[in-house]
Design a protein around this ligand. Structure first.
Ligand code: LMR
Length: 398
């Protein structure tokens, strides 16, 4: 049977990490996979998570299975983080959240749930979007269509074209949206644009499916949830796939949530039962460790304060690097204007350079960038900034 298989090319993002690790050049820079890094290029365990882990090891007395929906303190903390403590949907008891193996696991479970709710549903996905959205959604059997999202030439959101395209969606279709810190382009919807989208979704009977992988990395925890909260205010139903990989630094613990906001408590419970049933047929039970840790951090006042401080520092560092990068590129005298980098949010932006320039940066200068020209801003440091910007300028000028 295995003779039927041909080896696949490496994953466009994860394959880049593998190549970077093998590169012996000491001055190499990794601007590929979306992982937060400190000034010295490390991705340390957050101090709040470490403290939770120390407490947890003292308390943990079994490795028996947890509940099918995961860890209660985590699920409770997550819905409040996403919607805000006093949201009406929470008061009405029509929100259910289930712990999943990472944000990707959540996305896949949500996609399977959509297929159960409406096998005819088309899911509308922005162009561009995270490369892995396509296999995850297709894997569940969903039909995918794209809508324009970001215009590379003007470095702005193609809101008119987006709304015009979404007019073609049929009632019962689903629209995938990035909650904040758009991956890959870093261009987030304004409050006005969120309002326009919410109105369209409501009028056409479309379900918003929000991917929230970077809450707290853009402007702040509440600000980054503005869009989701608006949708939950205006629309009867919202589906959210969220991740604790980045904002809790729990990458390898695979900690995410699928959250259904339904029209009634009864339908929310029905959605929860289907989510558990879908997961049972794929991986049976959620992993526990990350959920326990994030749950402790969310519920304990002092751990939460520590976490917020660290998250704020991470966000400020990335925003600062955006400003430094734009200023340094201006100094190099290149024709291209990079000031947009400091107006965008989160870990990612497109440099807007060609595939040949991306290849040259990698081969000649050991600077690793995803093929779409997406950079992970957190991979920049004050230590590598000069080398990065002068190398980029060299490539752009020749
Ligand atoms: C990324 O986009 O780099 C991250 O979300 C990591 C991944 O799994 O691709």
């Amino acid at each position: 049977m295995f003779n039927a298989l041909e080896a696949l090319p490496p994953d466009p993002i994860l394959g880049l990490t593998a190549s970077f690790r093998q590169d012996p050049r000491a001055f190499k820079i990794d601007l590929g996979v979306g992982v937060y890094k400190t000034e010295d290029g490390q991705t340390p365990v957050m101090r709040a998570i470490k403290a939770a882990e120390q407490q947890f090891y003292g308390q943990e007395n079994t490795k028996s299975y947890i509940a099918q929906v995961g860890v209660e303190s985590y699920n409770d903390g997550m819905v409040k983080l996403i919607l805000g403590e006093g949201h009406g949907a929470l008061r009405d008891n029509r929100v259910r959240s289930v712990l999943t193996p990472g944000g990707t696991g959540a996305l896949r479970i949500g996609a399977e749930l959509i297929v159960r709710m409406n096998p005819e549903a088309t899911i509308w996905v922005g162009n561009p979007t995270w490369a892995n959205h396509f296999p995850v959604l297709k894997g569940a059997g969903l039909t995918i269509e794209t809508y324009p999202y970001y215009d590379e030439a003007s470095r702005s959101i193609s809101i008119d074209a987006m709304l015009e395209t979404l007019e073609k969606a049929a009632a019962g279709d689903v629209v995938l949206l990035h909650g904040c810190c758009h991956n890959p382009c870093g261009a987030d919807l304004s409050t006005e644009q969120w309002g326009q989208i919410a109105d369209l979704l409501l009028r056409k009977g479309l379900l918003p499916y929000v991917d929230l992988a970077y809450q707290g990395f853009g402007v702040g925890l509440d600000e980054d949830a503005y869009g989701i909260r608006l949708l939950a205010d205006k629309l009867p139903e919202v589906l959210v796939a969220s991740s604790c990989s980045k904002n809790f630094g729990l990458y390898r613990e695979r900690t995410g949530s699928i959250t259904a906001i339904a029209q009634s408590a009864e339908k929310a419970s029905a959605a929860e039962s289907h989510i558990a049933n879908i997961a049972r047929a794929i991986y049976s039970m959620p992993p526990a460790h990350g959920g326990f840790l994030a749950g402790m951090v969310l519920q304990d006042a002092s751990l939460r304060a520590q976490w917020l401080e660290e998250l704020t520092d991470m966000r400020n560092r990335m925003n600062g690097l955006r400003g430094l990068f734009a200023a340094k590129m201006l100094e190099t005298g290149v024709e291209q204007d990079f000031s947009f980098i400091k107006q965008q949010f989160g870990m990612f932006s497109f440099l807007g350079i060609t595939p040949a320039q991306i290849a040259r940066l990698r081969e000649e200068f050991a600077i690793y960038i995803v093929g779409s020209s997406r950079i992970n801003v957190a991979g920049i440091s004050e230590g590598n900034l000069d080398y990065l910007t002068t190398s980029l300028a060299t490539v752009l000028k020749s």
